[in-house]
Design a binder for this molecule. Structure first.
Ligand code: GTP
Ligand code: MG
Ligand code: ZN
Length: 352
């Protein structure tokens, strides 16, 4: 028998359940996504269910970590998913392809480990993107730098990350030597979900196995240079650790295109946004206009050129995305933004 509390069931979902579920339905959490088939942990044990056909409003776009309401199918042979419970958090990106679509990478994570390896994968600009998306997700971001055993300047890189990620904890770890592993264990609490996100080959699945103390997941067998790592994990999976706590392993992402970014952009680039607003001309292009606060800050070294370029690039990307969106979608996101603001208030009180 499965105790749903071990899988993260709490008062929030209980409340959602009581508001929406009908008699005969029972709850479950999606623990693996095989495309058309979803694996679900329920009070009756693990079950498989077909992915429901997505509706136009995306309300049935399911992701690993989602809580769903299930019902026995009319034929009595299996179960069907009736609805998804309102998410507490979601880490999203813009889906690949021409269609403007949100892809939920991890649902209902309490913490997200943003993972980069300390060797060739290390890239502060990419980390900025992950941090923006993480802040917008409602989950607490933590930066985990892997492969400390094969890097000579771990301390230097760690301090670069601290500077680029205000208010975020940063850990340099090694799944080989065990360095830093005990320190990150503090996020593994009973019923709490930690999602692991990052490029392919950085050691996400290896870290899951190390934290679990057993080989739960397949990892890349031959040690390769992570810059050309093949994709080893092919589906998202939520694993319950023997000592309690849940880890959500994901396949490496090639690109993290931003989706919803109100809070994240503010947190990561609020200083630049303030600068831009303090230029003399409100339509300043920050090139050579008189009274340009950006040019001034760049000249004095107060603003790093690379961060400025990064912000400009992100702005362009966001403007492009925004132009493609319709009004209905914007409205849905406003509502979501309000919920995130509420959760972030809780974070600041030390509850995560
Ligand atoms: N030296 C060293 N190698 C590591 C460490 N962690 C993982 N590796 C190696 O890095 C390779 C990739 O590890 P995986 O855990 O499969 O990487 P992943 O992030 O899950 O990759 P995808 O599933 O493709 O996204 C494997 O060969 C691991 O043995 C580490 O801390 N130190
Ligand atoms: Mg993997
Ligand atoms: Zn300016």
């Amino acid at each position: 028998m499965i105790n749903l509390k071990d899988y993260g069931w709490n008062d929030y979902f209980e409340g959602e359940w009581n508001r929406k579920a009908d008699e005969g339905m029972f709850p479950g959490r999606i623990i693996a996504d095989f495309g058309q088939q979803l694996r679900i942990a329920t009070g009756k044990g693990e079950l498989s269910a077909g992915r429901p056909i997505a509706r136009g409003d995306d309300s049935m776009q399911l992701a690993v970590g989602d809580w769903v309401a299930l019902e026995s199918s009319l034929q009595g042979t299996g179960v069907v998913i009736r609805f998804v419970l309102e998410r507490r958090t979601k880490f999203s990106r813009a889906a690949a392809g021409i269609e403007v679509k949100e892809q939920v990478v991890a649902a209902n994570a309490d913490t997200v480990f943003l993972i980069q390896s300390l060797n060739r994968d290390f890239n502060l600009r990419r980390l900025e993107r992950y941090l923006i998306a993480a802040w917008d997700s409602g989950a607490l971001p933590v930066v985990v730098l892997t492969k400390a055993d094969c890097c000579e300047d771990a301390a230097e890189k760690t301090s670069l990350v601290y500077a680029a990620a205000p208010g975020v904890e940063v850990f340099a770890i090694s799944s080989v030597t065990g360095q830093g592993i005990e320190e990150i264990r503090k996020y593994l609490l009973p019923g709490k979900t930690v999602a692991l996100l990052g490029s392919s080959g950085v050691g996400k699945s290896t870290l899951v196995n190390r934290l679990a103390g057993e080989e739960l997941l397949k990892t890349q067998s031959i040690r390769q240079d992570d810059s050309k790592g093949r994709h080893t994990t092919t589906h998202r999976e939520l694993v319950l650790l023997p000592g309690g706590g849940l880890l959500l392993d994901t396949p490496g992402m090639r690109m993290l295109s931003l989706w919803e970014t109100d809070t994240g952009m503010d947190i990561m680039f609020g200083d630049i946004e303030q600068l831009v607003e303090s230029c003399r001309f409100h339509d300043c292009r920050h090139e050579n206009e008189p009274g340009c606060a950006v040019v001034e800050a760049l000249a004095s070294g107060k603003l790093e050129k690379k961060r400025w370029e990064s912000w400009q690039k992100l702005q362009k990307e966001l403007a492009h995305l925004e132009a493609k969106r319709n009004g209905k979608l914007r409205l849905q996101e406003k509502q979501w933004g309000r919920q995130i603001a509420k959760i972030q208030k809780e974070h600041s009180k030390g509850r995560f």
